[in-house]
Design a protein around this ligand. Structure first.
Ligand code: HSE
Length: 434
């Protein structure tokens, strides 16, 4: 039994400072849960924006090696973000015999086997609740709460920034740029917001959750991913008014008879579905287990204190095991290299599709469009024509087609053919409906 657990924080930005703030505010409760003193021994950062949080007992350094070289440090909390040098910090910490807490979805999703392989060899723990879902404890739900299930489907709004942008555009009429700026000011967005907007952040997160469900690494390279940058306010208006739906950027991992299919794309969600009510930076995640059925989690997926709450809960669980001397006895990994993962093809996804086609308003155009869809075995549920055109093709009209459930490959083939027509004046926008 150890009487003290020594921590080192590497990265002292929005989440790092939030974590130290929570640790200080909740110290008595944290130590009661751990059963030992929990001390922040080091902070490693380029700059110290929150000096009021750093008391005299904490050592400061700009060199992360100082932390790794200190034999008293039990656990390194990596909150630098990005890949370099974060991956080196995590790897060096494990090799130096330290446990790790990280919020870094980029390194976990890309270097899963290396990180957990090192952790397994060193019999050290890597906890990463804050890497997915901000303050929503989805990692723990998959690892512990639902461990008695085979999870075959995960559907989530996993990116707070895009959810914030979509909500603001829909509810306040804010432009994309205005909404993005507000998300950045609130501290939701990644350092490079393209990661949020183009679905990369959500792809990394669904790769992590799917890996936990599959019990082996499903790299983000297997995620088919589309972002929200091609959406126009027209889409969200039509989708609300005509189809009683809301657009959400969904991340979906599903084990089909042909294997896992992982995808991220803007999706029409019926207004009656709970996901439609997850507004702004909120995340919502539905986990489908064979025994439990559907379990839904909902909460703030981004932001300083919600994310720090997840980091602190990892610190508590790891510290408790360090204090009790049980950390690493049963290495926490999900790495089964001997099995091959089967992946299904995106072409086989079946759902309903929304197509926004920008076309010349001429006799025979509609019959050409419906003819192409019919030839590709895509059945139409409804057709709408509006007189407004695409912003970049003012003399055109907008035709919205909603299909019955169809196969992705057939719809993609139709869209290709439609976009080749001389009457089509802009690239067709395709959205899926879940
Ligand atoms: N940029 C991320 C988001 C932060 O918007 O969800 C949390 O991972």
């Amino acid at each position: 039994m150890k009487s003290h657990v020594n921590l080192a924080l590497v990265g002292f930005g929005t989440i790092g400072s939030g974590t130290l703030q929570l640790l200080k505010e909740h110290r008595r409760d944290v130590e009661a849960r751990v059963g030992a003193k929990v001390r922040m021994k080091w902070i490693c950062a380029k700059e110290y924006k929150y000096p009021q949080l750093i008391d005299k007992t904490i050592r400061k350094t700009k060199n992360w090696q100082d932390v790794i070289n200190d034999p008293d440090v039990d656990c390194v909390i990596e909150l630098m973000g990005g890949t370099h040098p974060a991956l080196d910090v995590v790897t060096a910490a494990l090799k130096a015999g330290k446990h790790v807490v990280t919020a870094n979805k980029a390194i976990l999703s890309k270097h899963w086997n290396d990180i957990f392989g090192t952790a397994e060899r060193m019999r050290k723990l890597v906890y990463f609740e804050a890497a997915v879902g901000g303050g929503v404890p989805v990692v723990q739900a998959l690892n512990e709460g639902l461990a008695g299930n085979k999870i075959h489907k995960i559907v989530g709004i996993l990116n707070g920034t895009t959810n914030f942008i979509l909500t603001q555009m829909q509810e306040t009429g804010a432009s994309f740029d205005e909404a993005l700026k507000a998300a950045q000011v609130a501290g939701f967005a990644e350092a490079n917001p393209t990661f949020d907007i183009e679905g990369i952040d959500a792809a990394q997160k669904i790769s992590i959750l799917a890996s936990l469900a599959a019990g082996q690494w499903l790299s983000p390279d297997h995620v088919t991913s589309e972002g929200i940058s091609r959406l126009q306010s027209t889409d969200s208006r039509i989708i609300q008014e005509r189809f009683n739906c809301t657009i959400k950027l969904l991340a979906i991992a599903e084990k089909t008879p042909r294997g896992w299919i992982l995808r991220v794309h803007p999706t029409l969600v019926p207004n009656a579905h709970p996901f439609a009510h997850a507004r702004n930076e909120y995340n919502a995640i539905a986990l489908h287990g064979n025994a439990v059925g559907e379990v839904m989690l909902y909460g703030k997926g981004a932001g300083r204190l919600p994310t720090a709450s997840a980091v602190l809960s990892d610190i508590i669980f790891i510290s408790r095991q360090i204090a009790n001397g049980t950390a690493g006895r049963v290495p926490y990994v999900s790495r089964r290299d001997h099995q091959t993962v089967e992946f299904g093809s995106m072409n086989d996804v079946r759902c309903r599709y929304y197509l926004r086609i920008t076309t010349l308003d001429k006799p025979g155009v509609l019959s050409k469009l419906t003819g192409i869809l019919g030839k590709n075995k895509v059945s139409l549920a409804s057709v709408h024509q509006d007189t407004f055109g695409n912003q970049s093709a003012p003399s055109s009209v907008t035709v919205i087609l909603l299909t019955h459930e169809s196969r992705e490959a057939d719809v993609q083939a139709s869209v290709k053919a439609i976009d080749r027509l001389s009457t089509t004046k802009a690239k067709t926008v395709l959205l899926r409906m879940e």
